[in-house]
Design a protein around this ligand. Structure first.
Ligand code: PEP
Ligand code: MG
Length: 317
């Protein structure tokens, strides 16, 4: 099976009815790019930068160190786009393992991701400057996690503007970036039109979107049986975000675990998704599903799945 899949590595990912689908990698270390390309990725759809910051007992990476890491990620992708997500640490992803998770009452609802960045804007702009400088050397898509409020969008973009101004003042070269928002809070999915006004692209974080829609802690074994990607509420949010992005002519991808689940590929294609970002090990299995799919036939079926009160039954092969 492995050998058969590996023959698909250089096969373009196009459906039976000629729809091109972009398969991207989720990476966690700056040096992960080349292996992702060998696995068949045509870009990085999610570089989780938190691993640069974690486990250093408070000694955060400075602009130079971060710049070198982002450069390494870009150089490893040979001109392909790299989506760099700003820091997503906080209550539920402690910076330091010494920091007890239960220190917080509701870690997943606390100060994490963009909320953390906007609470420490000097740290945030250090990261933004490093990313902007790296963008002088390749195609960077800059992605912001966990946005929900319009005021957060405006504060985030103001910080980006300020970071550019700081580089201008220092006379340091930097590049243009496309900017995107993670859609991973139900409030963001329900107000997706606002996000489409501000951003060039969207990326749906299904791991958190499921957690927050269903009120199921994604890390709590005791409720893991209720963590259901096929809950009709989850599917409806995903379907509406994809449709709204399509209508606005902006690109949208899924970068949560759902994108790398071969059992979900036909449904996501049927909902109009044309960009999937996943662990590199999943890419060829997903490509195989894409090569067998006819999106014209999948579209009405996917709508029926979303409108059903038991989508799991319709999804069975
Ligand atoms: C997600 O929430 O789906 C996602 C991709 O982000 P993370 O898993 O890093 O929270
Ligand atoms: Mg997330």
């Amino acid at each position: 099976e492995r050998e058969r899949l590996s023959r698909l590595r250089y096969t373009p990912s196009i459906t039976l009815d000629g729809q091109k689908v972009e398969l991207l990698a989720n990476i966690e270390q700056p040096g992960d790019g080349p292996a992702a390309v060998r696995a068949g990725a045509v870009g990085v759809g999610l570089f989780r930068t938190e691993f640069l910051f974690m486990g250093r007992s408070g000694n955060l990476p400075g602009e130079e160190e971060q710049y070198r890491a982002y450069r390494e990620a870009i150089d490893g992708m040979q001109g392909m786009p790299v989506t760099i997500r700003t820091l997503d640490v906080g209550a539920d992803k402690p910076l330091d393992k010494a920091q007890p998770k239960d220190y917080y009452l509701n870690p997943a609802l606390g100060l994490r991701a963009i909320r953390w960045s906007l609470a420490d804007t000097a740290m945030f702009r250090t990261q933004l400057r490093a990313i902007l400088r790296a963008a002088a050397h390749g195609q960077i898509h800059l992605l912001f996690p966990m946005l929900a409020h319009r005021s957060e969008i405006e504060q985030t973009l103001a910080q980006l503007h300020q970071a550019q101004g700081e580089l201008d003042a220092r006379g340091v070269a930097y590049g243009k970036v496309k900017i995107g928002a993670m859609i991973e809070i139900p409030a963001a999915a329900l107000t997706v039109r606002t996000f489409l006004r501000y951003f060039d692209f969207l990326s749906i974080g299904t791991n958190d979107l499921i957690q927050y829609t269903l009120a199921i802690d994604r890390a709590d074994e005791a409720v893991a049986h209720l963590y259901d990607p096929l809950h009709p509420a989850v599917l409806r949010l995903i379907a509406e975000v994809i449709a709204a992005a399509d209508a606005a002519g902006k690109s949208v991808s899924v970068c949560g675990e759902m994108a790398g689940d071969a059992g979900m590929t036909r449904l996501l294609l049927g909902l109009g998704l044309r960009s999937f970002s996943m662990h590199p090990a999943q890419i060829l299995a997903i490509k195989q599903e894409i090569l067998r799919a006819d999106t014209g036939k999948l579209r009405p079926w996917a709508q029926a799945v979303v409108n059903s009160d038991s989508p799991g039954e319709l999804l069975a092969p």
